[in-house]
Design a protein around this ligand. Structure first.
Ligand code: CA
Length: 234
């Protein structure tokens, strides 16, 4: 396996040269290979060309807004995305997650914090690779943890790391209701310190991909508790 030797490639999409240069410095120091795009269209182009392992995306870009870039990336790829946001309200942060970002960091940030966040997101998406855990099956849902593939009612669905992790956590215990906090811990690990409401944003996106309007709903909101996968073991 030559994979261990290949550096992890990070694409930074950020229009402020100073911020981009600082992040590049810290990421390179952390052993990552770094490319920088200074606007949204260059970001999209480089994402397609370079196929980075993770994208750090500024939410406020000229011309094409960062959130629109996030949505466009998500429509074609499940690459992990960490959003840099200058917005401070909970709603604003959640909006990025609703558009498919895996995590966010609020400006002004310390570069160390960004490095810690991207490592956590990478661990999350790789942990599933590392611990071989086989295949989770319920009647309608198959989650292949080794191949990081999911299918719903026999149809493959492309899921970014956060949504995949949530579906896997739910599919481990079909029928069981999880609180948001439990789901966060199971999906993202005990050290995750984001908002519990993050789960709501990811669940909303997950639902759009896995629910069939003609079938029984699979991912239920349990009032006063959280969420459950309304399905039987296979
Ligand atoms: Ca900016």
């Amino acid at each position: 396996m030559s994979r261990a030797a290949a550096p992890i490639r990070i694409l930074i999409v950020e229009d402020e040269p100073k911020t981009a240069a600082t992040l590049r410095l810290y990421f390179e120091h952390g052993g990552f290979e770094v490319n920088v795009a200074a606007d949204g269209s260059a970001g999209l182009r480089l994402a397609r060309e370079l196929r980075p392992d993770l994208i750090v995306l500024d939410g406020m870009l000229p011309e094409i807004d960062g959130l629109a870039v996030c949505r466009a990336l998500r429509s074609e790829s499940d690459v992990p995305i960490v959003l840099l946001t200058a917005r401070t309200t909970e709603e604003d942060k959640l909006r990025g997650l609703q558009l498919g970002a895996d995590d966010y960091v609020t400006k002004p940030f310390s570069p160390r914090e960004v490095v810690a966040r991207i490592r956590a997101v990478l661990r999350r998406s790789r942990r599933e690779d590392a611990d071989a855990k086989g295949v989770l099956r319920t009647r309608h849902v198959v989650v292949d943890l080794d191949r990081r593939e999911a299918s719903i009612r026999g149809r493959a669905v492309l899921l970014p790391p956060a949504e995949f992790a949530i579906l896997a956590a739910l599919a481990r215990s079909p029928g069981r209701a999880f609180t948001r906090e439990e789901l966060v811990k199971r999906a993202f690990g005990p050290s995750y310190d984001g908002l519990d409401r993050t789960v709501d944003a990811h669940v909303m996106r997950l639902r759009r991909k896995i629910e069939d309007p003609r079938g029984e709903p699979l991912l239920l909101t349990v009032f006063g508790i959280g969420y459950k996968l309304a399905d039987e073991p296979a």
